[in-house]
Design a protein. Structure first.
Ligand code: FAD
Length: 475
């Protein structure tokens, strides 16, 4: 018997239900598979940084699998369509009788799996899918009417109730097995690129390092999380999003760790409970992708918002992308993104709100740009975050609540520490003027090598309110 484990965004050995299930039968030979699909990646706007991160993770995984007695095979196909025949050919070549994989919930991936399952069925190959990407599988946290929640708070309450009632089980690490004598693993083509370079000290390399970071964060940082998570200069969040996005870690491992270290997390508010709540947001957006597949097609959750007349000014978009809007907190956030592939959550909200509500640019432009840059790019969380900020989503910020970017800077970076880190051209500006440096420079007739604000916030706010109110007539 030859079993195949198809790795996707689950590049780890621990708590990998597909891998554990494939290894249950000690007699079976187990092979692993990973698919390189460059055109599909491009179509999905996967960032070069995330590709490099995946490549590095795969190299670690390949070695770990070898030690476990499992060769890693690679298929390289242009996209998911051409993958189908290549996949079936590989199964025939290795006489595969069972395929194991963890589900991906994005629409193209689900359609790919359905087509491949049908082909496997024709070829008498059994496929088994598992859930590893969320705490509870989509479709198992529902309202009393059996529907997906459209509001986060009751969803979170339902998840917490389930967590109290059912102990979370992680899948066991498989035992070492005999390396198949007739199969040698594929050579992993280097699909990393120079523009995908990322800081390996910030993003854990391999699944053991990700687990280590989780333990460390839980022991030393999470207790202060509720107080510090909104302050970008403190840089005190877990930085685990990239690892979660490609599955170096599972959300269940995160929950288990927090519950182990803080057994009263369900009763006691504070850092651990707040962090758990963020993990539940992650689940919420994934569950939504399954119940509302149109979200994967760049459709807003609130359909009336498709009637908004966006201004879509290309020059302003470029200024936003480059961090040259003249609003220091926005520019600092965008430069952090461009330079590192990661941005602090508060700033993602501020920068997204600025693009949509100050520049009246279609949120989908921003969603795409973020995805092209982020090392933690994830369709569910990115789409959810953008639709929240744009007021087009479910349980989103109301359209009339518009962040004032200057006030956001004053509130969350009061001394301008973060701004100075990313905008060295403002180093001479005193603390009290850092959020409106031009007022200071003009008053003192100083020169600044920094953009002037590309919009006037109050006017921009009025224009946005009008655009949303006009569109609301279509509700
Ligand atoms: P922590 O604060 O330590 O949180 C722990 C984990 O919870 C994160 O790693 C992440 O997996 C999850 N999480 C936290 N906040 C959210 C949230 N609001 N929504 C969903 N999951 C959350 N997150 C991504 O992983 N990928 C994205 O592409 C992405 N795009 C975003 C776009 C916008 C416009 C916004 C507002 C948010 C986006 N987020 C995204 C959510 C959030 O900003 C990041 O998950 C977080 O900043 C990652 O840093 P961390 O790992 O230190 O998070």
């Amino acid at each position: 018997q030859q079993h195949l484990v198809w790795f996707r965004h689950d590049l780890r050995l621990r708590d990998n239900p597909a891998l554990s299930a494939a290894c249950l039968d000690n007699e079976a030979e187990v092979l692993a598979l990973w698919c390189i699909t460059p055109d599909q990646w491009q179509h999905h706007n996967v960032s070069p940084r995330q590709l490099n991160y995946q490549y590095d993770a795969l190299r670690v995984l390949q070695q770990d699998l070898r030690e476990l007695g499992i060769p890693l095979l690679i298929i390289e196909s242009k996209d998911y369509h051409s993958l189908e025949q290549d996949f079936i050919r590989l199964c025939a070549e290795h006489k595969i009788d069972k395929v194991f994989y963890n589900h991906q919930y994005e629409l193209n991936e689900r359609q790919r799996d359905q087509r491949i399952e049908a082909l496997c069925d024709q070829n008498k190959i059994i496929c088994q899918g598992f859930n590893d990407a969320t705490i509870f599988p989509p479709g198992t946290v529902l309202t009393g009417q059996g529907k997906m929640y459209h509001v986060f708070t009751p969803f979170a309450r339902a998840v917490l109730k389930k967590l109290v009632a059912e102990e979370i089980e992680c899948s066991p690490l498989p035992h070492k097995r005999k390396y198949p004598s007739s199969v040698c693993g594929s050579t992993l083509r280097d699909f990393s690129s120079p523009e995908g370079q990322y800081d390996t000290t910030r993003f854990p390399l391999g699944h053991d390092a990700a687990l280590h970071r989780l333990r460390d964060f839980s022991t030393h940082q999470v207790e202060h999380y509720a107080d510090k998570r909104d302050l970008p200069a403190d840089d005190d969040t877990s930085l685990l999003s990239a690892a979660l996005a490609i599955g170096l870690l599972s959300p269940k491992q995160c929950v288990k760790r927090i519950v182990h270290d803080y057994p009263n997390v369900f009763e006691q508010p504070g850092g651990p409970a707040t962090w758990l709540n963020e993990l539940i947001w992650r689940d919420f957006y994934r569950h939504l992708l399954v119940s509302e597949p149109q979200l994967c097609r760049y459709k807003p959750f609130q359909t009336w918002t498709d009637h908004i007349q966006w201004q879509n000014n290309q020059q302003q978009f470029t200024a936003w992308c480059e961090g040259n809007t003249g609003f220091p907190i926005v520019d600092a956030g965008m430069r952090q993104l461009n330079k590192t592939g990661w941005m602090h959550n508060r700033l993602r909200m501020v920068c997204a709100s600025f693009l949509v509500k100050d520049l009246l640019i279609d949120w989908r432009w921003g969603e795409r740009y973020f995805s092209q840059q982020l090392i933690d790019g994830d369709l569910a969380a990115n789409n959810g975050g953008w639709q929240w900020a744009a007021s087009t989503g479910t349980d989103a910020a109301p359209y009339f609540r518009i962040f004032n970017p200057t006030r956001q800077g004053e509130r969350f970076d009061p001394q301008g520490k973060f701004i100075r880190q990313w905008l060295p051209e403002l180093s001479a500006v005193p603390e009290k003027s850092i959020h409106e440096p031009w007022l200071w420079a003009d008053k003192l007739k100083k020169k600044l090598d920094y953009a002037r604000p590309i919009v006037e916030h109050r006017q921009a706010r009025e224009a946005t309110l009008r655009a949303f109110e006009d569109a609301r007539k279509y509700r």
